[in-house]
Design a binder for this molecule. Sequence first.
Ligand SMILES: Cc1cc2nc3c(=O)[nH]c(=O)nc-3n(C[C@H](O)[C@H](O)[C@H](O)COP(=O)(O)OP(=O)(O)OC[C@H]3O[C@@H](n4cnc5c(N)ncnc54)[C@H](O)[C@@H]3O)c2cc1C
Ligand SMILES: N[C@H](Cc1ccccc1)C(=O)O
Length: 354
Amino acid sequence: MNKNQNNNNNNNNNNNNNPKINLLIIGCGCIGLSTGIIALKSGNYKSVSIWAKDLPPNTTSNKAAALWYPFLCNPPDLVGKWSAETMQYYKDHIINDPKSGTITKKVNEIFRHPHEDPEWRPYIKSFRRARKDELPDGYVDGYAIDDGFVMDTDIYMDYLVDTFKSLGGVIDQRYVFDIREAFVHFDVVVNCTGLGSRELFNDRTIYPGRGQIVVIKNTTDRSIMDEEDQNQMAYIIPRLTNTVLGGTNQEHDYNLNPTKKDTEGILKRVAMISPRFAKNRIEIQGVKVGLRPARHEIRLENEFFEGGSKLVVHNYGHGGSGFTVSWGCAIEAVKLIDQGLPKLLHFNKLTSKL
Ligand SMILES: Cc1cc2nc3c(=O)[nH]c(=O)nc-3n(C[C@H](O)[C@H](O)[C@H](O)COP(=O)(O)OP(=O)(O)OC[C@H]3O[C@@H](n4cnc5c(N)ncnc54)[C@H](O)[C@@H]3O)c2cc1C
Ligand SMILES: N[C@H](Cc1ccccc1)C(=O)O
């Protein structure tokens, strides 16, 4: 019988011959929670636990806009694949659940200069070029996605926590100083620590992309973004209960305090794309700052420790697209566990004979 056929005398929907193990995920942002939910839904684990220093609403994920749209995230082909899988997951499992705080909204990215198609275009069937009537004055080109998704971040993050717990997941608030603390209790750990991997795994290639946003009461019929200057962007992202104006992306900037200068800059840039959102015509509800886990590319791979007796599946570095690729990456991370387990078990069998 090959590994992928259901094993009849197996009393679970285990789609491989791996024994059921206790799984640990470090991180309770959108990546850690999505990974935990996919793992629990697979039925392949005795238990799934999350350890995290910060829990919602105090994670970077909670500071996000958050809409489905690839930004500041690589490698292009895999981001295309994972964002398409994530879009399908939203359609199949999230959008019809009113508790998720997720709605569909048209998305327009607009440009002051002609642009090629984005690299992720081949993966997104609903992609089209913007029509002239969708372009504000001064803009000559654009993209459009008519079935875009946008999450009220705090509602959505609480929804992920509730879903994870309702499936039997357990969350412990604790800081992990050294991965070996986790190895005392678990053989397999999924690393979903985002920017935290800089310390926990000494990955100096991950760095903060500081993002400031202004949350307002006013709303509109579509998301519209100008990111030609990727550090000083202009975007309007209407959500279920409010609208997000953005945005900034200041690399290697750890300042978590909102600045007046950035708020003024965002409002000035946004008014250029839509005068309806001029400063004197909007009602500001709040200003937020988050540090995107920016990296040259997402790290989604297996790493063995302690001579092969411990497995870490890395799932971090999603930059400005954590919500856009979360479900595709979660599915991939759980597949990586299945692939890594036989090596781990073989090693442990060998050493248990010693
Ligand atoms: C202003 C802004 C707007 C954004 N808008 C969007 C958007 O519209 N669409 C989109 O797709 N993305 C958006 N993003 C990006 C998105 O927010 C991130 O990609 C995403 O939040 C990353 O999720 P994460 O779970 O990896 O990280 P986090 O949310 O940072 O979670 C990391 C978790 O790991 C924990 N942790 C870290 N180190 C340790 C440790 N040593 N021990 C224990 N726990 C640890 C933390 O406490 C936390 O629980 C935006 C980001 C910003 C800043
Ligand atoms: N992804 C969001 C919003 C955004 C969407 C599209 C382009 C640029 C930014 C961010 O990181 O700020």
